[in-house]
Design a protein around this ligand. Structure first.
Ligand code: PLP
Length: 388
């Protein structure tokens, strides 16, 4: 069963999702018979080229873009790096405005750019986990050339007002590029680049049941011309290297399934999310949800289990859940080995202790009420009866 990870209850879908069986199926021929290099000039190569072109067109159609505005990447980290560095390299200096709750793929890239000759301002999220368009406005300076705000947060699932940020601040008419890291949002909420008013958008297939190591970036026509990877003329001359054909085809199938199932999936996930959040908050008097429940991804249940030092910290809870057959996370997957409290949770004004006492459960539409009841029963054993 796909909800299981080695026979465990899998509640870490923000870290990654299982490959959809139909995605695996469409990938297999490209790992086998259809191996031709799409740059070849014989029939098998031309067929692969046509399939890649169709994949590009399909992905473009899911966000209201043109096919020639979609570039395949190795995933979200590369897309974020490409957006920020290319925009910066096309200028001598200047400022990027971003937020204090971005993924490290953005924050560490900004730090690197700052050590060169660029400036950054990080707008702080409010306690509800959201960024305000007015705060972005207050941060704008004459030398700002880019604003980068994630579409939805990876730890608490809060959805940012990207369209408001674009429109209220008239970013396009001021010549300021708007990038959004949509790695957690794409495939989970409906996105249209024209409606959002973004110039660049990065996404990653493994977050929507596609393969790992593949993603895409939308770059509005003529917004940037800088490539970070030089070599052959693949990806319209913008990203060299022989295409990862099987993964591109797989990602397009995952994108198609995600678009077709989005409405029903998110309806079901929202019910499960609310059931789980309510059940946890009723069972544990000190527990509460991190970030707003209103503008939030349908599958995110991020919980703080108390503000006192005597409480059990998230890493301990997660490792005890692990022994009971449950996969959850004490923060984002890439920071789970870190001893620092989450920069997202402290970034929305929680104390270090509250941040440390937090656990993130991210569900899928295949999560069941029985799974949730089992997880809450295990949490009772761990936190109330101290049986583990
Ligand atoms: N941005 C966000 C918001 C993410 O959640 C992640 C991964 O968790 C990334 C970027 C990095 O994506 P990838 O793992 O595809 O490099």
């Amino acid at each position: 069963m796909v909800r299981e990870c080695n026979n465990m209850i899998y509640m870490d879908n923000a870290a990654t999702t299982p490959l959809h069986p139909a995605v695996r199926e469409v990938m297999l021929p490209y790992l086998d018979r259809q191996f031709a290099n799409p740059s070849g000039s014989y029939q098998p190569a031309k067929r692969v080229r046509r399939d890649i072109d169709n994949a590009r067109a399909l992905i473009a159609s899911t966000i209201g873009a043109r096919p020639d505005e979609i570039y395949f990447t190795s995933g979200g980290t590369e897309g974020d790096n490409w957006a920020l560095k290319a925009a910066a390299f096309e200028r001598h200096r200047g400022r990027i405005i971003s937020t204090n709750v971005e993924h490290k793929a953005v924050l560490n890239c900004l730090e690197w750019l700052e050590a060169k000759r660029y400036s950054k301002t990080l707008v702080h999220a409010a306690h509800d986990g959201r960024i305000s368009a007015d705060d972005v406005k207050a941060a704008l300076t004459n030398d700002t050339f880019m604003v980068s705000v994630m579409t939805a947060n990876n730890e608490i699932g809060t959805i940012m007002p990207v369209r408001d940020i674009a429109i209220k601040n008239e970013l396009r008419s001021r010549g300021i590029i708007l990038h959004t890291d949509a790695v957690q949002a794409y495939g989970h909420i409906a996105l249209n680049v024209n409606n959002l008013g973004v110039d660049m958008l990065s996404a990653s297939a493994h977050k929507f049941r596609g393969p790992k190591g593949i993603g895409f970036i939308y770059i509005r026509r003529d917004v940037i011309e800088t490539s970070l990877i030089h070599g052959g003329s693949q990806e319209m001359g913008m990203r060299a290297g022989t295409e990862n054909t099987a993964s591109i085809i797989g990602m397009a199938m995952a994108a198609k399934i995600a678009a077709e199932t989005l409405r029903e999936r998110s309806r079901r996930e929202t019910q499960l999310r609310n059931y789980m959040a309510d059940k946890i908050c009723h069972t544990f008097t000190n527990a509460r949800v991190n970030g707003t429940m209103k503008d939030r991804l349908s599958n995110n249940v991020s919980i703080c289990f108390g503000s006192s030092d005597t409480g059990m910290n998230g890493h301990t809870i997660v490792s005890r859940l692990d022994t009971l057959g449950i996969c959850a996370s004490a923060g984002s997957a890439c920071s789970s080995a870190s001893s620092h409290p989450s920069h997202v949770l402290t970034g929305i004004g929680m104390s270090e202790t509250e941040a440390r006492n937090s656990v993130r459960f991210t569900l899928s539409d295949e999560t069941t009420v029985q799974d949730i009841d089992y997880v809450v029963a295990c949490l009772e054993k761990i936190l109330l009866q101290h049986l583990f």
